[in-house]
Unconditional design. Structure first.
Length: 298
């Protein structure tokens, strides 16, 4: 069915022009940092002979996803802070919704895979190379992409089914399922339940798997020697920081009916921009092997 609404107006992060100028400078710096930081990690891993373990294989894909995920929202956000009227076509809105959920869900699955990788490496070090070999790594990454595509396709189909007959103003800085459902001129109860069952359950179930994995790791570390335990603990701490910053806001946004709060926009900034920006810093500043490889690269 063709919608009566052909374009949407995005309210953006703020209506205050002074605050908008500050946000413009901040998010421009954030986006440049995301691109350069994650590109540096990808180039370092691809050119370094010492960074050939599965952990760095997954990390390079995570950096690629971070660049892609932030690019879905950040350029549009930065542009909208410059203009008075912030519009996006219906097709562009649906495309942004699909891409956002596709790369966001891919990141969720990759973080879960990385936790599994660390769990095997620490708990079964003698069998690690046999369990997590090159073939398995390839399949795990492929499964992450396929699972994310299925998730995103479902979200997009739910959004397309919504009838829009006005108003067309989205109280957000990008197109997402909850703000769109708020504009629909129909009962959205079934769709809100479907969103919670899709996005919410994916986020929560992966988060639980991550918590269990790190709990198993921490129990295993108690039996290790101090030097090995400290190194493994540093690695796991980096992952836990990323997980909390990414999964916390995701669960807050999607594990609920189609209701919107004023804080949603600021919460969304964490998983669309802040986490992709912090990933390179967290993984490099707390990892001696990566820092050493970067020095050799320079």
């Amino acid at each position: 069915n063709k919608p009566n609404v052909t374009e949407f107006i995005l309210r953006g992060l703020t209506q205050d022009k002074t605050v908008a100028k500050v946000c413009l400078s901040l998010f421009l710096v954030f986006y440049v940092t995301i691109i350069l930081g994650n590109l540096l990690i990808i180039i370092t891993i691809k050119t370094s002979e010492q960074l050939n373990s599965p952990m760095y294989f997954f990390l390079s894909y995570l950096s690629f996803v971070d660049i892609s995920y932030s690019t879905v929202t950040a350029p549009k956000l930065i542009y909208d802070l410059l203009v008075e009227k912030k519009t996006i076509s219906f097709a562009g809105c649906i495309a942004q919704l699909f891409a956002g959920h596709f790369f966001g869900c891919t990141e969720i699955f990759l973080l879960t895979v990385m936790a599994y990788d660390r769990c095997i490496a620490i708990c079964k070090p003698l069998h690690y190379t046999n369990i997590v070999n090159t073939h398995v790594c390839g399949w795990l990454v492929a499964a992450s992409w396929v699972g994310a595509f299925v998730h995103s396709a479902v979200q997009t189909l739910l959004a397309i089914q919504l009838p829009f007959c006005g108003p067309n103003e989205i109280d957000h800085y990008f197109c997402d399922i909850h703000p769109l459902a708020k504009l629909a001129c129909a009962d959205t109860y079934i769709i809100s339940v479907s969103v919670a069952a899709n996005s919410g359950v994916v986020s929560l179930s992966c988060f639980i798997v991550l918590l269990v994995s790190y709990a198993v790791i921490l129990v295993s570390l108690r039996r290790r020697f101090s030097e090995g335990r400290l190194k493994a603990l540093y690695t796991c701490t980096s992952h836990i920081i990323v997980v909390v910053l990414f999964f916390g806001p995701c669960i807050f946004i999607y594990m609920r009916p189609s209701t919107t709060f004023s804080a949603d926009k600021m919460v969304s900034v964490f998983y669309t921009i802040i986490t992709p920006m912090l990933n390179p810093l967290i993984y490099t500043l707390r990892n001696e092997e990566v820092k050493s490889a970067m020095k050799k690269l320079w």
